[in-house]
Design a binder for this molecule. Structure first.
Ligand SMILES: [Zn+2]
Length: 413
């Protein structure tokens, strides 16, 4: 008996609604932050759901949920599909969640269609993709890729609690992380279905996106030194006002990023140790970041912002020190694998749009050990990481169908 390979979107909706009840009611939106009590409850439920779908599933030392169905050639490198079920504080109900529930649905579709893959299929709910108060993102996927290093485990939050302690408190075993690591040759392909989290697909009238590259990010801290003087007596023309220079830097970030087609720039904080209105600020600090899907583009953004530092100092009679804190290089998705996804989308009657991802994903870590590709579906009004985050059920169904077709096509190549 062969059932048609279409996702049961009503079942998806039921499971999605249930997951939306496992949230922290003390926080706004739908909040299930990594390693929290709610995250634990959701993972216990997802583990049971994986097993119910026929997956041989377990939780690894980092808290990743991993389920597999053995292929007819179990020694062949595996196909991996999945996403994450944790959220940012005050987040929505679709980011990550669509990808993990969609991956489990693909397993059920394969069984319903009596398809036995040649390669083993692994489904992963990555632990804590969104990061934590310790400032470490992609915790689970980095553990799998072997790039969650000691410095990350020893990172602390404002109260001095390490990431390792946070993980231990949630019942995981960061001291056994080496056992969670996968060997690069183990994986043939990593495929992730995710919401776009931006407006590109909706504006283009497309239902399916295939990601070309995940943006690189450069973060900076700009320290401005001015001169403390009386705010009532010092004329405007002779002031050395650190806050004015900082405000100018905020607009530089906006202007530099706006002048490029594929770039964004965002300021995090503007702070000063002298908040008095009757005193001119002698110091100010601006933190921020630039993103670009190309390494050359990211380097140009850094160079341009660096070059404007001296211009602002002349204008405000200040002295600035710009530090580039951290750069994550852009992560191109695998060309061959992405072509297979495009083919699967076209076979499903879609006209997929190629686009880059401004947001970071587990695919960044997974691409260290496996060819990776991502399928995007539309986000209403481009909203994400907020309670208003929304994706139509019909688009979720389309996305799951394309993921299913991609798995079949990758297995057959
Ligand atoms: Zn996500």
């Amino acid at each position: 008996m062969t059932a048609p390979a279409t996702p049961e979107t009503e079942r998806f909706e039921r499971e999605w609604l249930h997951l939306a009840t496992l949230v922290d009611s003390d926080l706004p939106g739908w909040s299930r932050t990594g390693f929290s009590e709610e995250d634990r409850a959701a993972r216990a439920w997802l583990l049971a759901l994986m097993r119910d779908a026929g997956l041989d599933a377990y939780s690894d030392a980092a808290g990743n949920l991993i389920g597999s169905i053995e292929g007819t050639n179990p020694t062949a490198p595996a196909i991996v599909i999945g996403s994450h079920s944790d959220t940012v504080p005050g987040g929505g109900r679709f980011d990550g969640i669509v990808g993990i529930l969609g991956a489990i649905e693909v397993v059920r579709m394969l069984r319903a269609a009596n398809v036995r893959l040649r390669r083993t299929l692994r489904v992963v709910d990555f632990a804590n993709e969104e990061g934590n108060p310790q400032g470490v993102k992609l915790v689970g996927s980095r553990a799998i890729a072997g790039s969650l290093d000691r410095a990350a485990l020893e990172a602390v939050d404002a109260a001095g609690v390490t990431l390792a302690a946070l993980m231990t408190g949630a019942g995981h075993s960061p001291e056994l992380l080496s056992g969670a690591r996968w060997r690069p040759g183990d994986i043939d392909a990593y495929l992730e279905l995710h919401i776009e989290q931006g407006p590109v697909l909706t504006e283009a009238g497309a239902h399916i996106g295939v990601v070309t590259s995940i943006c690189g990010i450069s973060t900076f801290a700009l320290d401005v030194a001015g001169r403390r003087d009386h705010g009532g007596t010092m004329p405007m023309s002779t002031r050395s006002d650190a806050m004015c220079c900082a405000a100018d830097a905020v607009l530089s970030v906006q202007q530099i990023a706006s002048a490029r087609a594929e770039a964004v720039g965002t300021v995090g904080a503007v702070t000063t140790p002298s908040p008095l209105t009757n005193t001119i600020s002698e110091a100010a600090r601006v933190t921020g970041e630039f993103r670009s899907p190309s390494a050359a583009g990211l380097a140009e953004l850094r160079a341009e912002f660096s070059a404007t530092t001296a211009v602002r100092d002349r204008r405000h009679r200040t002295r600035s020190r710009l530090q580039w804190l951290h750069t994550d290089a852009p992560t191109p998705m695998d060309t061959g694998l992405s072509a297979i996804v495009v083919g699967a989308a076209e076979a499903a009657g879609e006209r997929p749009l190629r686009l880059y991802s401004g947001a970071t994903h587990d695919g960044v870590a997974m691409s260290e050990i496996a060819p990776s590709a991502m399928i995007f579906i539309p986000s209403r009004d481009g909203r994400s990481h907020c309670p208003e985050e929304w994706t139509e059920l019909a688009d979720i169904g389309r996305g799951i169908s394309v993921l299913y077709g991609s798995v079949i096509a990758v297995d057959a190549r």
